[in-house]
Design a protein around this ligand. Structure first.
Ligand code: PMP
Length: 420
């Protein structure tokens, strides 16, 4: 799309000059974890070499500098998702952010926190979808088990889209929480957030969005989407490991009680009790991932400089090429082939060949894909498979790489002597 220069982008990623099995690396596993541009690696290293100190404590110059950089990073990550810095809570990743919400609601249900916090009691309902990553499923199963709430799910159509008619029936008077992924990490389909939020708001339910697979690929404005809470991870969007965020509407964050407690999240502490700081600090007990936050800020600045609309457009071209190419290969079935809005990510099943064997044949050609259930076992069960192959692109993926992948994939069944 005009200004998007993928060759220049590729030069920013040191790992792309690696060879794998004697072939240039074709990295089609960005949905599992993305590669990191040099600016991210440099930002972390430079912070550690020149400014590292404990933040929010200490009167020395370095501590003040480190604190400023740390809070600047929060502002950068917040701005990337259209939010105020105060509505971003650092976590160790999206999994941690989603667990944080589930445990905070659990604590509220035990009478902790502000009176307006979401409280669950026997028979209240939590609504998820059939397409969730385990990280946005199991915390809710556990919360339901602790509170006596009932977990319900919105089913997925054969074409991978959510059954919105069923959603309208399922989300009702008893629904207290509606949670879903913005983009499924298996289907790549962009879910209709506005419709689901409207259904939830009609009954006053809290909405929680798993934005792991949208944040790296789409312009994202969480307040405009109208969700109450959202989770995302740095390592999937060109940033470091070990850090993610929980976005929350201010009033929602204020109403929720903390989960982890300890240093850095308190005002006055006596032997008997403690007063908590306001959000986001209320949720940030202990020493935070400071250099990682700085690396993440570098990642979102990098993406911003490319321009998320341009990134999305670049990846749409890849998405069409990828999905059309896979459709044209005999014996390969896509999971959820709807012509919906999508990101460049798809999972498929190769008739007569196990996903792991497909992965190995591709790997021999230097092509990295993910094989298995991709932490979405219920969705795989729904499509009658236990494992699939997933190819996922990123800002640095080229059309030639998609073609190399399709070429290798088209030879897989013959290689194993099936489908002749
Ligand atoms: N949700 C989705 C949709 C994901 O793809 C992932 C990562 N595979 C997660 C949640 C969990 O993210 P993390 O492992 O970074 O906590």
């Amino acid at each position: 799309a005009g200004t998007f220069d993928v060759t220049a982008v590729r030069a920013d990623f040191p790992i792309l000059s690696e060879s794998v099995n004697g072939e240039p690396l074709v990295y089609l596993d960005s949905a599992a974890t993305s590669q990191k541009p040099r600016v991210v690696l440099d930002a972390e290293r430079s912070f550690l070499e020149h400014e590292n100190a404990a933040v929010h404590r200490g009167a020395h110059t370095l501590a003040a500098e480190a604190t400023e950089r740390f809070e600047d990073a929060r502002a950068a990550v917040a701005a990337f998702v259209g939010a105020d810095p105060d509505s971003i809570v650092w976590t160790s990743g999206a999994t941690c952010a989603l667990n944080l919400v589930a445990y905070a609601v659990g604590n509220a249900s035990l009478g902790r926190g502000a009176a307006s916090a979401v409280r669950l009691s026997l028979g209240d309902e939590i609504v998820v979808t059939e397409a969730e990553h385990h990280a946005n499923l199991i915390p809710w199963q556990e919360l339901a088990a602790r509170t006596g709430a009932v977990l319900r799910h919105i089913p997925v159509h054969d074409d991978g889209t959510l059954d919105l008619d069923a959603a309208a029936e399922i989300i009702g008077e008893r629904t207290k929480i509606v949670t879903f992924s913005h983009v499924s990490n298996v289907l790549g389909i962009i879910n209709p957030v506005a419709e689901l939020v409207a259904l939830a708001q009609r009954v006053g339910a809290l909405t929680v969005l798993d934005a792991c697979q949208s944040a790296p690929h789409l312009p994202l404005d969480l307040p405009a989407l109208g969700v109450d809470l959202a989770a995302f991870s740095a390592h999937k969007m060109l940033g470091p490991y070990g850090i993610g965020a929980l976005y929350g509407r201010r009033d929602v964050l204020e109403a929720l009680p903390p989960v982890a407690t300890g240093g850095s999240m308190v005002t006055t502490v006596t032997l008997e009790r403690a007063e908590f700081l306001p959000a986001p600090q209320k949720f940030e007990a202990g020493t935070q991932p400071v250099s990682q936050a700085i690396g993440w800020a570098a990642a979102v600045r990098y993406l911003d400089a490319l321009g998320m609309p341009a990134v999305h457009e670049h990846e749409r071209v890849l998405e069409r090429r990828l999905r059309e190419g896979i459709r044209g290969i005999a014996g390969v079935r896509l999971l959820g082939d709807a012509d919906a809005d999508r990101v460049a990510l798809c999972a498929f099943d190769v008739d007569g060949v196990h996903a792991h064997d497909v992965g190995q044949v591709l790997d021999a050609r230097g092509i990295a894909v993910r094989v298995g259930h991709h932490c979405a076992q219920p969705l795989h069960r729904r499509f009658g498979v236990t494992a699939t192959v997933r190819a996922s692109a990123s800002v640095f993926t080229t059309e030639a790489e998609i073609d190399a992948f399709l070429d290798a994939l088209s030879g897989v069944r013959a290689f194993f002597g099936v489908g002749r």
